[in-house]
Design a protein around this ligand. Sequence first.
Ligand SMILES: NC(=O)c1ccc[n+]([C@@H]2O[C@H](COP(=O)([O-])OP(=O)(O)OC[C@H]3O[C@@H](n4cnc5c(N)ncnc54)[C@H](O)[C@@H]3O)[C@@H](O)[C@H]2O)c1
Ligand SMILES: O=CCCC(=O)O
Length: 506
Amino acid sequence: MSCVLQLYRIQASSSRFSNCGRMSISFLHNKGFINGSWVDAKSGKTFEVKNPATGEVIGLAPDMDVEDTKSAIKAAADAFPAWAKTPAKERGVLLRKWYDLMVSNSDEIAKILTWEAGKPLSESKGEITYGNSFIDWFAEEARRINGEVLQSPVRNREMVLLKQPIGVAALITPWNFPHAMITRKAGAALAAGCTCVIRPAEDTPFTALALVDLADKAGIPKGVINIVTSGRPNAAPIGKELCENPLVAGLSFTGSTEVGKLLYKQCATGIKRVGLELGGNAPFIVFNSADINKAVEGAIASKFRNCGQTCISANRFIIQDGVFDEFVEKLRDRMSKFKLGNGMDCDVNQGPLINAAQVKKVEAIVKDAVDKGAKVLHGGERASNIGELFYVPTLLVDIKPNMACYTEEIFGPIAVCLKFKTEEEAIAISNGTSRGLAGYFYSNDLNQAWRVARNLEVGMIGINEGLISAAEAAFGGVKESGIGREGSSHGIEEYVYIKYLCFGGI
Ligand SMILES: NC(=O)c1ccc[n+]([C@@H]2O[C@H](COP(=O)([O-])OP(=O)(O)OC[C@H]3O[C@@H](n4cnc5c(N)ncnc54)[C@H](O)[C@@H]3O)[C@@H](O)[C@H]2O)c1
Ligand SMILES: O=CCCC(=O)O
């Protein structure tokens, strides 16, 4: 209850946001940030940002377009030479200051995040700890961007590999992790010596603007981080400009595979460096040897984090015949204990979906499955009594390969359970998709664990574990789930190129 009151205090204290008088959170902004200044769209246009839990308009953000994007790119390009030459240790110190400010303001950022993204406050705090950890990590990694001295095959030569920042990085991020998807990209880019232009999702610009404000307060020089906000209609032209502008060296995108493919094509025009974190269709296999209680806890964590709107959420539960009934019954029991509601309410653990399009997509997936013979063991409908965008966590069995819930990324609170007999069958079902982001399996057979880990066609695997994300981990997919890795020491590689030096006549 106290959380609810705190939210209303934010709303009541800002003249630029709904129901507001004075501003208590100094980093709550409704302007874009270009070349170190808070700016409106050149056109003067704005778009509405709504609280998905209530439908209320919480504020207006600048509806920027290609002209604003060109200005942001120019600012980033102008700032690049000085930032690239700033010693890595100094870049790391500035990132550390940014991290410290984010930590000390975590509770306030969490409220903004829940306000616009709908996720329960405890999850927003979890995302912020996670998102902050990328800045902490890359603050340290900055000074470890080392080159190599090679063994020359001939006398009187020295051969050296330097790593240099690629230049201006364009970062396009989604609404589902409005904080962490920015810090995972910007932390690596800035540590490497790149400057950046960020285009956050239209549903969640205020978290992004708060982060950039704290970066500014940390002393990150003007032009190094720029942020261009826009409503959905301007996303495509802004994206095209970010992909095709000759001053941009590389693009990093997190979002749907469909948009990722388009941006990949657009980047081909200028042979830009591309990093893509796209959709998944994660298998979650439970073998007969597994500890079923642990598997159910892992399933809940993996499937229902952010109401299932997570790219690495379990998409299909693939359960061996000996433990199918026990797993399904225990999962149903856990799901029946979820509390849906406004994420600001402390005991809520499932918030709304982000927008009406997501609700329609989830509804269509459930209807398609039921029409084709799936059985609903829990949920199966909107929770309209709570709000427009709430959907009851749903459990489906009797799943067939022709159902959308089998072939598509669900991206919502729908758990679908399939039965299998042999390990080969489980692998074939798991790999029978064009996606390959994450996978999970539960087994207490060590040999089986190695075999299955090697055979799953995914970039990341949780083995007896449902939560795998960490700044130290290399995050990314195979197949149509993307290109490149974020986080870990490999995350830096997306933002540097190797320059070969050959010193002759030595
Ligand atoms: N892998 C992930 O982390 C992730 C995140 C969000 C969504 N998704 C997937 O995407 C589906 C749809 O969600 P969504 O609509 O938010 O994803 P999306 O790919 O449409 O949007 C992601 C980001 O890209 C922007 N965008 C959209 N079209 C663009 C374009 N032509 N050029 C440049 N930017 C563009 C959006 O405004 C947003 O900021 C989901 O159901 C899910 O399957 C995956
Ligand atoms: O949804 C995409 C990112 C999720 C994560 O980093 O764990």
